[in-house]
Design a protein around this ligand. Structure first.
Ligand SMILES: [Zn+2]
Length: 645
């Protein structure tokens, strides 16, 4: 997050085969905004389908599995959505489906006893309170012009199980109709209303994902985001004339109804969700990146900072496009919403962003959140991994992409901000966030399996930045770019799993990284290599220097041990990092004066860089680094403490 449509049901959209080059938090638990706020605290304490480019082979590979045509009316007096929906679902597996599963996400906000609320009771009470609950009610679900499906359906919290009268065979398409109402909650978890701001996400009855291993349908958990199949959407939104609306996809019509309401139509294809925002106060600004128009919606009070969002959006689309593959959609909508209104969330071709830190503080919150959410367009939006079960593949890749680009744009030492001369880089903050929760969980597990929301953020977002940064520093930036580009191009629109990514790692960089990923993704093993002060003795006319490097934690990774002698000579030894310690003896005319393990900090997961070097007789540098480590750790803890929805 930071971390929700077809229609023409029955009319399968055939995407022309292209031949040209590829176009193509919190919960955050800690939203980027929260991250920046937490940072500020730490510092003060320390101190349309047809318009798509079809010349795009990735896009052309999209198989439309679940498509929706929805008509919805927003009743602002009653805070109610009333909708009717036509669904087209293709069984693209090899197995007959005897039942369907639907997500009725708004039921997460029905009361304190939902899975979502039970996992997050404090946040729930803060965010909603009595009389502000939300819910989804289905009044009809049937096979199109056919039998009712609702009578036999059973609801388990937010998941509706629907037995079919006859199995849906492989390759068959089923068309259904629903009628539903959504009682909008006061804003919680990026959904509902706050004043005149409406953020409408996870708002329509939505099919779960049918795989060859059966239905992948999990309840709406507090830490969990979403997973859905690709398809097309056509959505008619009826609401009062005064509202400005931003939505997934492209506008496909506007009609005045003569009763103070209007109906706006949006269309999108090759997407797996549809979300929209509405606010009468939205102003509009435009920019362009490649073939994509960027539409920024922002509140009047942000007139002075709108360029920050626009510039970040252009930089993100252009750079991510050149690194991974061009953005294939004709329009990206960026909605600057109040922080509680879902600030920092990604939906297909629509992102919400926010900024609440006064600009004079120098915190790059607007930039960070915009780059992060647009990074999701590649990993969540197109690669579309399973956020229930493998959130690291989306949030982690997005955090890494954000860091790489913001380091490039603003400087690695200040990519989070430059506050009163104190520069904060994202890698440092990710290290702090990870270290605060490093022993609690591995990244690759179900989103609801984490010890806490802080552990989810620290291990799924921050640790994975460090994992991918480590990989990049070991294999080199060029190979890393090749790797991510190949991964994106091969798996965009295909829902890859962890093993698919690791296969690409092997293909591009060999098998040498398997053990690292095994440790880093599936365990909470720590990495910490250190050096001892060198033991130097006079030996005849010269010196015997004894240098010892140690492995202080369970994690094993090859590292280099570099010894510098008083005459400037350097010895660089490669250590496989296996044993608990490794000693090197040097007989030279000059004594060793500096010892370093992993001097370039390639192992970004190393939890203590303070012990990576020893300079004799001066200890100022290690001491300084210890102070820096302490600052990062404090920042990490403060983020954990400030975590929440
Ligand atoms: Zn995110």
């Amino acid at each position: 997050m930071r971390r929700m449509f077809t229609f023409a049901i029955g009319v399968r959209r055939v995407l022309p085969l292209g031949s040209a080059g590829l176009l193509r938090r919190a919960l955050v638990v800690l939203s980027p905004v929260r991250r920046c706020l937490a940072l500020a605290v730490a510092i003060s304490l320390a101190l349309a389908a047809c318009l798509f480019s079809f010349a795009n082979p990735v896009h052309a590979q999209t198989k439309e599995i679940a498509s929706y045509q929805i008509s919805v009316r927003l009743d602002v007096e009653r805070k109610l959505l009333s909708g009717s929906e036509q669904i087209s679902f293709l069984n693209d597996t090899a197995t007959p489906a005897g039942e369907l599963y639907f997500h009725l996400y708004p039921n997460a906000f029905r009361g304190f006893d939902s899975t979502f609320m039970r996992e997050n009771p404090d946040a729930a009470q803060r965010s909603i309170g009595e009389n502000n609950w939300g819910a989804m009610d289905l009044s009809a679900l049937r096979i199109a012009s056919g039998p009712d499906l609702l009578a036999g359906a059973t609801l388990d919290d937010t998941v509706l199980r629907v037995p079919l009268p006859a199995p849906l065979l492989p390759g068959q398409t089923l068309r259904m109709e629903t009628e539903f109402t959504v009682t909008l909650p006061r804003l919680i978890a990026r959904m509902g209303y706050q004043g005149d701001q409406y953020t409408i996400a996870q708002w329509f009855p939505k099919l779960a994902v049918l795989t060859d291993r059966g239905w992948n349908a999990h309840q709406y958990h507090a830490n969990s985001e979403f997973f859905a199949d690709f398809g097309s959407y056509r959505v008619d939104i009826t609401l009062p004339d005064r509202f400005v609306v931003g939505a997934t996809g492209l506008p496909a019509g506007e009609k005045e109804n003569g009763d103070g309401n209007k109906t706006l139509t949006f269309e999108a294809s090759s997407v797996h969700d549809f979300a929209w925002v509405a606010n009468p106060a939205f102003r509009e600004a435009w920019a362009k990146a490649g073939n994509t128009d960027i539409r920024l919606l922002y509140p009047p009070e942000h007139e002075g900072i709108k360029e920050r969002f626009l510039n970040s959006a252009v930089a993100a689309l252009e750079n991510f496009g050149s690194w991974f593959g061009p953005y294939p959609y004709a329009r990206l909508t960026v909605a600057d919403v109040p922080e509680k209104a879902g600030a920092g969330m990604e939906y297909p071709t629509l992102v919400t962003v926010s900024s609440s830190v006064p600009p004079y503080l120098g915190v790059l919150d607007a930039e960070q959140v915009t780059i992060h959410e647009i990074g999701h367009q590649w990993w969540y939006g197109m690669v579309a991994t399973n956020e229930f079960e493998e959130a690291w593949m989306d949030e982690g890749f997005t955090t890494f992409s954000t860091r790489k680009l913001s380091d490039q744009l603003y400087g690695a030492d200040r990519s989070m901000g430059d506050v009163l001369g104190l520069r904060i880089g994202q890698l440092a903050t990710d290290r702090g966030e990870y270290m605060a929760v490093a022993r609690l969980d591995p990244p690759d597990q179900n989103a609801w399996g984490f010890y806490s929301s802080g552990s989810y953020a620290g291990n799924v977002y921050a640790k994975v930045d460090l994992i991918l940064t480590t990989l990049e520093r070991y294999i080199g930036p060029d190979k890393m770019t090749d790797l991510l580009r190949l991964y994106f191009q091969r798996y965009a629109f295909h829902h890859p799993r962890t093993e698919d990514f690791l296969g690409v790692v092997r293909e591009v960089a060999g098998n040498g990284n398997d053990r690292f990923f095994q440790q880093a993704l599936y365990t909470s093993a720590l990495f910490d290599y250190s050096v001892e002060p060198p033991n130097v003795e006079r030996d005849g006319q010269g010196y015997k220097s004894s240098v010892t490097a140690r492995r202080l934690e369970d994690g094993v990774m090859p590292v280099e041990v570099v010894t510098t002698f008083q005459d400037g000579h350097q010895e660089r030894a490669s250590w496989d990092g296996e044993a608990r310690w490794q000693r090197y003896e040097y007989q030279r005319s000059s004594p060793a004066v500096k010892v370093e393990v992993d001097p370039e900090h390639r192992l970004a997961l190393d939890t203590r860089w303070a012990n990576n070097s020893y300079t004799a007789p001066f200890q100022a540098e290690p001491l300084f680094r210890r102070a820096a480590d302490l600052l990062w750790l404090m920042q990490g803890w403060l983020r954990v403490l400030s975590a929440g929805f």
